[in-house]
Ligand binder design. Structure first.
Ligand code: FES
Ligand SMILES: [Fe+2]
Length: 466
């Protein structure tokens, strides 16, 4: 890891940003100084998801990945491989191109210098009028690039760890889900008035489910349950979602509370009824438009007509989902054991900017990036990936919502989004010092800050704790 911080400066975390046991000071979300450190020391040194491979399918296809003030181009080469490079002309620094598209070469429109797809400089106007400069020094400065799960990742560090090593153990857990064979169902970008981590935190724990999504506690009401706030006794029905570190990353699992009380037993019996479980799946398919697909909703309709049996509804449901997909010709649909299913399914925080909620038929994904240098604004990309019949992929365009109030994300994600500006606003209050985190269901948040401290301050919490 390269880092620009001086050795003495990096010896410890400044008091105002120091993590406690289950405590995260609010300055890490609201201080402009902290945001500046993230741009100086974190983002230039970590692997970050830039785009999907299918977004740059042909020779000359390019995609700009912007993070804060930095811009990187990912470019498909003539031989099908990928290259990434800083998007800054080596003459006077002009940003060469933005967005995404396809080119034969890059041309800087300031003085007309040209660059090949691999970044080599192929044309300098009046080269004899320059001081000698080695040709390689005119080339766009390269950035490390690699792929996993169908995503293209970039890393600006000079000598980063291999991508798969960095992601370990996520690739082996998710290999059976064939993420690389999924394609976008829909993809949207929302500018949100909150720190990028405030948005990450809202999607890496399930502890907020009864508070924010009370309708998920009421599948017995049908496929369109009421969203009235949960009464206190309904909290006993809340899902239990323990969180675990996975190297530099973390996962939230869908679990069963170990200390089940009588109410939880009662609730388990309710969910064991096929039609009740089916209601929940149908609701999620419609309200979220992700994780459970439209095809899965049809599987749930079939489940709803079945008699209760020894087989838990989820097992019957998974079998029906797979059967329908295969019958329709979805050749990439995962073929995995039930153990692989439960090992893999979960809500992953791929540190720092990516979150994926993985199911066999669909993955709901997010990317949260700072919006320039403003600690109170972020760019939130939201997408659903599915397995499709070959040739039937919809290839949607990114829909962009500069005003979060106009974002059309469906009723479920709207509940999360509505919270976020108020969370950020509340963090600025004099009545708030920082986050006090649930030690089982919110450890993902603390873990991400601990990992960040390695980059920001050279402090390794793993070593400090052992
Ligand atoms: S800045 Fe690009 S050609 Fe001069
Ligand atoms: Fe939520």
């Amino acid at each position: 890891m390269t880092n620009t911080a001086g050795a003495t400066e990096r010896a410890s975390v400044p008091e105002r940003w120091a993590l406690g046991h289950g405590f995260v000071p609010k300055g890490r979300y609201v201080d402009a100084d902290f945001a500046r450190l993230e741009h100086e020391r974190l983002f230039p040194n970590v692997w970050q998801m830039a785009c999907r491979e299918e977004e740059i399918p042909n020779a000359g296809s390019f995609h700009e990945y912007a993070i804060g003030e930095r811009s990187i181009l990912v470019v498909r080469q003539a031989d099908g491989t990928l290259r990434a490079m800083h998007n800054a002309c080596r003459h006077r620094g002009m940003k060469i191109i933005g967005g995404s598209g396809r080119v034969d070469e890059f041309r800087c429109r300031f003085h007309g210098f040209r660059y090949a797809l691999d970044g080599a400089c192929t044309f300098v106007h009046c080269p004899e009028e320059f001081e000698d400069r080695p040709a390689a020094d005119w080339a766009l400065r390269p950035v490390h690039v690699d792929t996993w799960g169908g995503w293209v990742f970039v890393n600006m560090a000079s000598d980063p760890p291999p991508l798969l090593e960095w992601l370990d153990p996520i690739p082996s857990l998710l290999d059976p889900f064939r993420l690389e064979d999924m394609r976008y169902r829909w993809c949207k970008t929302v500018v949100v008035p909150a720190n990028w981590k405030t948005v990450v935190d809202a999607f890496v724990e399930g502890y907020h489910t009864p508070g924010t999504h009370p309708q998920t506690l009421r599948p017995m009401e049908g496929t369109d349950p009421s969203a009235r706030p949960a009464a206190i006794d309904e909290f006993a029905h809340a899902p239990f979602s323990p969180t675990f570190p996975l190297g530099s990353h973390s996962v939230m699992k869908y679990g069963e509370r170990p200390d089940k009380g009588p109410q939880a037993e009662e609730w388990a019996a309710v969910l064991a009824r096929p039609e009740i479980y089916a209601n929940l799946m149908q609701y999620l398919a419609r309200a979220l438009g992700a994780m459970q697909t439209e095809r899965d909703a049809r599987a749930a309709e079939m489940l709803a007509t079945m008699e209760p049996s020894e087989v838990p509804p989820i097992i019957t449901y998974l079998g029906l989902c797979k059967q329908l997909a295969q019958d329709e010709g979805v050749v990439t649909y995962p073929d995995m054991s039930i153990e692989q299913h439960f090992m893999g399914c979960g809500d992953y925080h791929v540190f720092p900017t990516m979150v994926i909620l993985v199911e066999p038929g669909s993955t709901l994904g997010y990317r949260m990036r700072p919006n320039g240098s403003d600690p109170d604004s972020c760019i939130w990309d939201v997408f659903s990936l599915e397995h499709f019949v070959p040739g039937a992929e919809p290839n949607p365009k990114w829909e962009v919502f500069p005003n979060w109030r106009e974002a059309d994300l469906g009723p479920f994600l709207a509940q999360d989004l509505k919270n976020i500006p108020d969370i950020q606003a509340g963090m600025h209050s004099d009545g708030f010092d920082g986050l006090w985190l649930n030690g089982i269901q919110e450890t993902t948040i603390l873990h991400a800050h601990q990992v960040a401290d390695r980059y920001l301050f050279g402090v390794d919490h793993d070593e400090a704790d052992t």
